[in-house]
Design a protein around this ligand. Sequence first.
Ligand code: OFO
Length: 167
Amino acid sequence: MLSKKIETALNKQIRLEAESSQIYLSMASWSETKGYSGIAEFMYAHADEERMHMLKIVKYVNERGGHAIITDLVAPPKDFKTPEKMFETVLSHEIFVSKSINDLVDITFTEKDYATHNFLQWYVAEQIEEEATARTILDKINLIADTKSGFYMFDKDIKTMFPQDQV
Ligand code: OFO
């Protein structure tokens, strides 16, 4: 049985994962309208992955005798200016999510909930991957430094970096 404190913290994380999914869905849509088809595919896949992160917690909370709450969500931005700025947002968002997961892990210690601690280890590892992917993409974008042909190659290349490859 989950303590109230853990249940509340996990519900907060459910909402954050759902909002992450919406942010990446909005990025996918923006990219598609700008003709960045590779980036759009990457972002659609990333949005699905975040939804899966959310669902895993929903099921865990209910399985442990809690109640996973599905709430309204903060609307994501709809314009991301440039792919570079967009991926900077991805990186800072993932750093924010990692901090939230770390705070959750801290609570499992104070609540002595080692099952939830164990459950969260998957997310700890996943966040390392997600931050690394965002950094790699930003490095690639910086390397091509706005050349049209370089960007064309990058947009093709990113299709091989789908987030679900890491799962
Ligand atoms: Fe990209 O974050 Fe989920 O966990």
